[in-house]
Design a protein around this ligand. Structure first.
Ligand SMILES: NC(=O)C1=CN([C@@H]2O[C@H](COP(=O)(O)OP(=O)(O)OC[C@H]3O[C@@H](n4cnc5c(N)ncnc54)[C@H](O)[C@@H]3O)[C@@H](O)[C@H]2O)C=CC1
Ligand SMILES: CC(=O)C(=O)O
Ligand SMILES: [Mg+2]
Length: 529
């Protein structure tokens, strides 16, 4: 019998470089994703070691935009089990399904999607699992959560996307999605079973379609340790970036912060989640809640949202305008001329909706307009960075949901921000886990945003960035976790009395010490992979 052996001149130190060479030799982003996924399966320590050193290059592959391609094609590229599928056919014995997970006692954080609205790509059914895997990779790399403490879950409830039902390789149950009563009963059993099987788990709801996103957050946030990333995580990350953007914009035009006016293009779970969080930008600037609400306008596929519109969905009512009585305003440039916003935020999934005319209208109103095209993935972004810079003559204050490369214009280099909840959820999760908080409160989400806004270092401030650079994500997550823990303590939601005894500097050190590091150096020293 032959024994498999390493080649005689094999060196672990070279192998790290070899992996990067193999990765970079692939031309297609989805192939890079498949390669990295394979590497994680063969040697997860090496995978995370490489990820930590190459965040800027690898995050766009493991996360948006490429994770979107991975989801769309998951039934075809599937290679190995890497998470839990909980099927509607498991109803009645969901507890047994969850109990099959190998690391139950170590489990601390689950990302749960039902695949019904993956990024802006719609209902992908059971193909949604990679979004949970990708988010958890960011928990591991960004907040040092131990890989064995993470639980990626996709609820396999069927899909209303016919092409998947017709696909012979589709990996999910072949049925339409359940109606509200059947879905509610499934969620009830699932959440109770999660509590029974994983007593110490923080649950992140991800990419549920908008009505269910609001419904299950409202229903479960006081019963379980749960938050919704698309509503609260996005709200928090955009509040953090907006604080910095508004300061830059106000400094350029001498505008008091409370005079900003924000126009939301897109009023789904993300749009309304962000709009509600941004109320606190105005209340922090001295306005009352009611005055703050008046500084925010929302637009959906039917135009400016007004209170007199018939059949308005519940989540759109809060920001519906009562002060506009003219004919329905449906054209974005007309809406901008009417509202005169200082900031335009896109969460609409409408590619290129922010046209040259739109950007010029914003530039005509503001010396430094704030324009955040936040829809994911890149193919659904409302505005490309190079267009934004060109059409605003370099004046735009810009952050997008998915990453863009820096651009040059008029002999100057410009660096975009990435307004993505990836800056927030790792820190919220870490802070919640360490404080053993029973719930994730609005206060914890708001303090996470403030910590993110204050996290820019001198170099980032000098470069007029609105978000810190990704390479510093662990430092950022530690700062956010500290703020989240302190707020949990203030609200008496925590269950870790020891952390209360520590001054901030010591608590910050403890958070950093708790962060998992891939033990590659040790395996390197042992001469094995
Ligand atoms: N940057 C980030 O961190 C995040 C970005 N997102 C992105 O936000 C986008 C929206 O997500 P959800 O709110 O959950 O989806 P959704 O489908 O519930 O909301 C989309 C909204 O856009 C509106 N819309 C669609 N077509 C429009 C048009 N032609 N004109 C004006 N409005 C239009 C719809 O009426 C709806 O209000 C997705 O692309 C998602 O990837 C979501 C969460 C986080
Ligand atoms: C980033 C994210 O959570 C989304 O696009 O849904
Ligand atoms: Mg999401």
């Amino acid at each position: 019998m032959s024994v498999a052996r390493f080649p005689p001149h094999f060196k672990n130190t070279d192998h790290r470089q070899r992996c990067l060479v193999q990765l970079r030799s692939k031309q297609v982003a989805l192939e890079k994703y498949i390669y990295l996924n394979g590497l994680k399966g063969r040697d997860s320590n090496l995978f995370y070691d490489i990820l930590l050193d190459n965040m800027q290059e690898l995050v766009p592959i493991l996360y948006t935009p490429t994770v979107g391609d991975a989801c769309v094609n998951y039934s075809h590229i599937w290679r190995r089990p890497e998470g839990l599928f909980v099927s509607i056919e498991d109803k009645g014995h969901i507890r047994e399904v969850l109990s099959s997970w190998p690391n139950i006692h170590d489990s601390r954080i689950a990302v749960v999607t039902d695949g019904s609205r993956i990024l802006g790509l719609g209902d992908l059914g059971a193909n949604g699992l990679p979004i949970s895997v990708g988010k958890l990779d960011l928990y591991i790399a960004g907040a040092g959560i131990k890989p064995t403490s993470t639980v990626p879950i996709c609820l396999d409830l069927g899909t209303n996307t016919q092409k998947y039902l017709d696909d012979p390789l589709y990996i999910g149950v072949r049925r339409q999605r359940p109606g509200p009563a059947e879905m509610d009963a499934f969620m009830e059993e699932f959440m109770q079973a999660m509590k029974d099987v994983f007593p110490h788990l923080v649950i992140q709801f991800e990419d549920f379609s908008t009505d269910n996103a609001f419904k299950y957050l409202d229903k479960y946030r006081s019963q379980y340790t749960v938050f919704n990333d698309d509503i609260q995580g996005t709200g928090s990350v955009i509040l953090g970036g907006f604080i910095n953007a508004a300061r830059l914009s106000s400094a350029a035009s001498n505008l008091p912060l409370s005079d900003h006016k924000i126009l939301f293009f897109g009023a789904g779970s993300a749009g309304i989640g962000v709009a509600k969080q941004l109320l606190s930008f105005f209340t922090m600037s001295g306005l009352s809640e009611e005055e703050a609400r008046k500084r925010i306008y929302t637009v959906d596929s039917k135009g400016l949202i007004t209170a007199d519109r018939k059949g308005l969905q519940e989540h759109k009512k809060f920001f519906a305008r009562t002060d506009y009585n003219g004919p329905a305003l449906t054209n974005l440039v007309d809406i901008i001329k009417y509202v005169k916003p200082t900031a335009l935020l896109g969460l609409s999934t409408m590619r290129n909706a922010f046209s040259e005319e739109v950007v010029k209208a914003m530039s005509g109103l503001n010396k430094r307009p704030i324009i955040f095209p936040l829809s994911n993935p890149v193919a659904l972004s409302e505005l490309d960075y190079s267009d934004a810079i060109q059409w605003s003559n370099g004046e735009v204050i810009f952050a997008s949901g998915s990453p863009y490369k820096p651009v040059s214009h008029g002999g100057k280099d410009f660096e975009p921000g990435q307004g993505n909840n990836m800056y927030i959820f790792p820190g919220i999760g870490l802070g919640t886990i360490l404080s053993k908080a029973h719930h994730v409160s609005d206060g914890m989400v708001e303090q996470a945003a403030n910590a993110l806004a204050s996290s820019l270092n001198a170099e980032e401030q000098a470069a007029q960035l609105v978000y810190p650079r990704l390479g510093r994500i662990r430092d950022i997550s530690a700062q956010i976790a500290l703020a989240v823990i302190r707020q949990a303590q203030k609200e008496h939601l925590d269950d870790n009395a020891y952390l209360r005894t520590l001054p901030d500097a010591e608590l910050f050190g403890l958070i950093q010490d708790k962060m998992w590091q891939p033990p590659v150096l040790r395996t390197k020293a042992l001469g094995m992979l």
